[in-house]
Design a protein around this ligand. Structure first.
Ligand SMILES: Nc1ncnc2c1ncn2[C@@H]1O[C@H](COP(=O)(O)OP(=O)(O)OP(=O)(O)O)[C@@H](O)[C@H]1O
Length: 683
């Protein structure tokens, strides 16, 4: 395209001066297609070249700008030609070393000319020097000393920073034409979008601060774009109808009669939210958040009863066979007295048992099936699947979730998680799900005492354990899951197991780990639950959901290696009964400062939300939420922790936009997330 053709925000990047076909391709690979995309390609850092440094004050390895007169140009011939140019500003002199100098440059770099340079100094043979600095002739009319911070853009091979800056400068001439979709909703206190972009691309301030209103304006828009992208996955699934399930509550009433405790107010509220949701043709997509031990299983049972009463089937999925087993036991115990058939489906099931389950699901003799991923397989056919409950969503891929959803007409979906992320954050990250929170624990829980102990004090620990055992309590001994190697983790667990056996020879101790066959695992867990074994040595397979109220002591080895959320989950395994429970976090000294701070958080807090917040601060939301890979929530301007106050604005803004200007929704997503994302992958 010729340089004179008018430039529009929606023009291809090829309309920019200096962008030929090869560069178009490179830019497209960076997901930059249009002039507008260049505006949203934001600097990753800045340099301050505005102030000139007196040459005499320069130190080695200092980055900065200088201006002086060329006093000498020396051509050093040798195996490799070099030029050594002397620059002087009256305060001292600096050498500029060049390894190549093309003819046009040679014509300019003449004694007596004034030269502006920016680069890093180094101690050379003759004195301080700069090697191939950036430069401009300062005695020419077109010379411009920088008046702004110099931005540096994320780049790719074959595109220089100077090119980015030239393209951005062209794009910035159009910035005021950029549609500001939010202005209408934000009110006059918010600066326009264009101001924010200008601030980031050509700031005359120190370094643009996140607190600056213009920055905040951009951050808000970016967060909103992410929120809308996630939400759009949901809108797509809204189109088809779900079964309208209105239960009379007879089954639930019968169930409550035989339950040894009453649901808490928090459980009741959440159950009501779920029932209301299932009574509509719009499929439920609900996230149930509840801290460890808050009683999510009861809520799942309530939802299941609603569906079963109206002759719909329920699929309940958990990530590990141990958990499936446990959930199954619990459901059988609770629901078979009501005449409900609860099935069990895991990968390791024998042929015959498996065939039977499949048949009974197909002819609806089984009303509730509890299983692992095995529930996704094609052969699993339901007669009328009305509700899918997924325990611990972070372990399930979105694809699997979709596969399962395809098994019913459009079943209602309830996702349970014990990952307590702050509400505003949850509303952003899980914008495709409605949120129910169980915000209170069942009564009668005594807080778990937490101790941080060096693993050199094992002898004391053994004594403590013996006391506990003598009182009839049971103990978890947890070995860290070493992510890179299951085998190493297993070895560690086996060593601890042998050590414990040697130290406490009269005690029944068992070992459970991921590699044990399912049946074996189930047996070990059943023995522990029944109190036949007193100490359970485990890799972190017990992390989520195991419920053995008689276990009152947990020892976690190498606690310093584990994430806070994980430690919190683990610790939630004790303190479920009436006894005073303890959790001992063993670490291997010496303990780094950060690790110490993390363990201290565990010692000082029992509240999952507080711990989650600290974890987020220490690790960043991407790491914490496992979203780093998806490209989602990799913000350019915003930071979910720092800008948390903005998150509260999102649902309202999103609702208004979706209602009044759906076109803007797509435009915003495109603007901030481009084609980076396959939205269907988000969930
Ligand atoms: N309302 C209640 N009153 C008393 N005990 C309750 C109540 N609700 C649940 N419980 C008991 O509390 C314990 C924990 O419940 P549950 O296993 O459902 O927790 P959870 O929310 O699934 O936690 P986790 O994330 O740790 O698995 C169980 O022993 C359960 O029977």
């Amino acid at each position: 395209m010729s340089a004179s053709s008018p430039l529009y925000l929606q023009s291809s990047v090829s309309a920019l001066r200096g962008v030929g076909p090869a560069l178009v391709q490179r830019l497209q690979r960076m997901d930059i297609w249009r002039v507008q995309d260049v505006l949203f390609h934001l600097p990753s850092r800045y340099q301050d070249r505005r102030h000139l440094l007196p040459i005499g004050t320069l130190l080695p390895e200092q980055e900065g700008a200088v201006l002086g007169e060329i006093t000498q140009v020396e051509h050093l011939r040798g195996r490799r030609d070099q030029w050594l140019v002397t620059l002087s500003d009256g305060t001292g002199q600096l050498y500029i070393r060049l390894f190549h100098m093309l003819a046009p440059m040679r014509a300019q770099w003449q004694k007596g000319r004034r030269l502006w340079c920016f680069g890093e100094t180094r101690a050379g043979y003759q004195g301080l020097e700069m090697v191939h600095p950036e430069w401009q002739m300062a005695d020419q009319p077109q010379f411009q000393a920088p008046t702004h911070l110099t931005p540096f853009y994320p780049s790719t091979q074959g595109i220089t920073q100077a090119q980015w800056r030239r393209w951005v400068a062209q794009a910035l001439t159009l910035v005021d034409q950029l549609p500001d979709y939010l202005a209408k909703y934000l009110g006059p206190a918010w600066p326009p979008l264009g101001e924010g972009l200008r601030l980031l691309h050509e700031s005359a301030e120190e370094v643009p601060t996140p607190a600056h209103p213009a920055w905040q304006r951009l951050a808000l828009e970016e967060l909103l774009a992410n929120h809308l992208a996630i939400r759009s996955a949901r809108t797509a699934s809204d189109e088809t109808g779900a079964p309208v399930i209105k239960a009379s509550g007879t089954l639930w009433a019968a169930f409550l009669k035989q339950l040894p405790f009453a649901p808490t107010a928090a459980q009741q509220r959440v159950i009501a939210e779920i029932n209301q949701n299932m009574a509509q043709a719009r499929p439920m997509r609900r996230l149930l958040q509840g801290d460890v031990g808050s009683g999510k299983t009861l809520v799942a049972a309530a939802a299941a009863l609603t569906a079963v009463e109206q002759s719909y089937q329920v699929a309940l999925m958990a990530p590990t066979e141990i958990l499936v087993e446990q959930l199954h036991d619990r459901f059988v115990e609770w629901l078979t007295p009501l005449g409900i058939q609860v099935g069990f489906l895991v990968g390791g099931l024998g042929q015959k048992a498996r065939r039977e389950v499949l048949e009974n699901l197909h002819n609806q003799r089984i009303q509730i099936v509890v299983g692992t991923q095995a529930l996704f397989q094609d052969e699993v056919k339901f007669a009328g699947l009305g509700l899918v409950i997924i325990d611990e969503q972070h372990r399930f891929g979105v694809d699997q979730r979709r596969q399962l959803l395809e098994k019913g007409t459009i079943p209602h979906l309830l996702v349970m998680t014990a990952t307590p992320i702050p509400r505003t954050l949850a509303m952003t990250v899980h914008a495709d799900l409605d949120l129910s929170i169980i915000d209170a624990l069942p009564p009668g829980r005594s807080p778990v005492e937490t101790l941080v102990v060096a693993d050199t004090r094992r002898a004391e620990l053994m004594t403590r354990m013996q006391h506990r055992l003598a009182e009839g309590d049971q103990i978890y001994w947890v070995c860290p899951l070493i992510e890179e190697s299951e085998i190493l983790a297993l070895q560690a667990a086996e060593t601890s197991y042998a050590d414990l056996q040697a130290a406490l020879p009269e005690v029944a101790i068992a070992l459970v780990h991921g590699r044990l066959p399912a049946a074996e695992k189930a047996r070990v867990m059943a023995d522990f639950k029944a109190g036949k074994t007193r100490i359970l040595v485990a890799t972190t397979v017990i992390e989520v959901g195991v419920d053995v109220p008689n276990a009152s002591l947990m020892v976690i080895e190498h606690a310093e290696r584990m994430g806070l959320a994980q430690l919190h989950q683990l610790r939630g395994r004790v303190g479920r009964g009436q006894r005073q429970s303890s959790c001992i976090l063993l670490y291997h000294p010496p303990l780094g400062e950060k690790a110490r701070a993390r363990l201290q958080v565990m010692r000082d807090s029992r509240d999952g939300f507080v711990i989650a917040r600290k974890d987020l601060e220490l690790r960043g939301p991407g790491e914490y939420l496992g979203t780093r890979q998806t490209g989602l929530l990799q913000m350019r301007v915003a930071d979910m922790m720092r800008d948390e106050a903005l998150l509260a604005e999102l649902p309202g803004l999103a609702a208004q936009l979706l209602h009044e200007n759906p076109g803007a929704v797509q435009a915003l997503i495109q603007r901030w997330l481009g084609n980076r994302l396959d939205y269907s992958q988000v969930g």
